[in-house]
Design a protein around this ligand. Structure first.
Ligand code: PMV
Length: 328
């Protein structure tokens, strides 16, 4: 009745931005990401505890944060088809939370896989991806490593909306993602609120959906060919389009700050000098730089020169995995 799982975050190369179903977390469009190592979240779940308790990153979770964790475990109880009793959850990550890095993705992926294992359910990446999605959309892409594609699906019950691995972490071992932490603060508008506002008010939103859906198979082809330059261009274009549709919302939503723009500008100059480095940007000010192993040190140096207070160098990460050592 106890299981512990380690999962990695992921960074979307083609972003998910906007839900067609808020309760089930069903997206309007498909997305594609890379799982990132070595950063990770470890989560232990135990059923049959004296009462429901949720500890996230050293603090007792409250309110909606706690509810999201317990709701996911309720879904595990339904899958198990038996009374598992109250649950104790402890989760710890080793990277800055809520700063534009998808910490919730790793957290909910670990929770889904650990929850099913603690309930005695067999390992099943599709079932775990669907469960993780219900905690946080992007989490469905962290159940497996490498390059994962979240297929939007058509069904109203969401059973066809989950992520599948297109290429494993070893397919492009030379690829590097360098997270440039320009601002450690919590983001002002959570992605869940930002995307809702964008869906409801941005006149550009329908164009975003159509474009992003079409970019997924193109990104897949470029990853197959390991074409860094074309993938870098696609990532930048997709990030700009996500941020443009948000900028056009009412009230406008701007996740970039002046340091973000400064770094982006600098990347352009570096590329003219032959340094292969591109950016992507989630719902926060901290760009993630896409480059190769030969240039990751240069990418870190230019991030620091542009004001990064911290830099996390990442390689393609593996699947969410069960550990034998528990957090309690
Ligand atoms: O799953 P959420 O609620 O953390 O939303 C993630 C949204 C982006 O990070 C901006 C894009 C993505 O696909 O990960």
């Amino acid at each position: 009745m106890k299981a512990t799982v380690r999962a990695h975050p992921n960074i979307a190369l083609v972003k998910y931005w906007g839900k067609r179903d808020e309760a089930l977390i069903l997206p309007h469009q498909s997305s594609l990401s890379l799982t990132l190592a070595p950063i990770h979240v470890t989560t232990t779940v135990e059923f049959g505890a004296p009462s429901d308790t949720v500890e996230l990153h050293g603090h007792a979770a409250r309110g909606s944060e706690r509810d999201r964790v317990l709701r996911l475990l309720d879904a595990v109880r339904v899958q198990a088809g038996r009374d598992l009793g109250p649950a104790k959850v402890v989760s710890r990550g080793d990277f800055p939370m809520a700063a534009g890095l998808a910490s919730s993705a790793a957290g909910f992926a670990a929770l889904a896989v650990a929850g099913r294992a603690a309930a005695g359910l067999p390992q099943d990446t599709r079932a775990s991806s669907i469960l993780a999605r219900r905690g946080s959309g992007s989490a469905c892409r962290s159940v497996q490593g490498g390059f994962c594609e979240w297929m939007r699906g058509e069904r109203e019950d969401g059973e066809d909306s989950y992520a599948v691995q297109r290429f494993d972490a070893g397919h492009w071992a030379d690829l590097r993602m360098v997270v440039a932490i320009l601002d450690r603060g919590e983001k002002e508008v959570k992605s869940r609120d930002g995307m809702k506002n964008t869906v409801e008010t941005s006149p550009y939103y329908p164009a975003w959906v159509k474009d992003a859906e079409a970019e997924v198979p193109r990104a897949r082809e470029l990853i197959a060919k390991k074409d860094l330059e074309a993938l870098g261009e696609l990532c930048e274009r997709n990030a700009w389009r996500m941020h443009s549709t948000s900028l056009a919302a009412d009230p406008p939503l701007c996740y970039l700050n002046s340091a973000t723009l400064g770094l982006i500008q600098h990347l352009r100059e570096q590329r003219k000098k032959g340094v292969p480095v591109w950016f992507t940007l989630d719902a926060g000010p901290n760009p993630v730089l896409l480059t190769d192993a030969a240039h990751e040190v240069a990418a870190e140096a230019l991030a620091r020169a542009c004001g990064a207070v911290d830099v996390v160098r990442c390689v393609p990460g593996g699947d969410a995995t069960l550990l034998t050592e528990h957090l309690f």
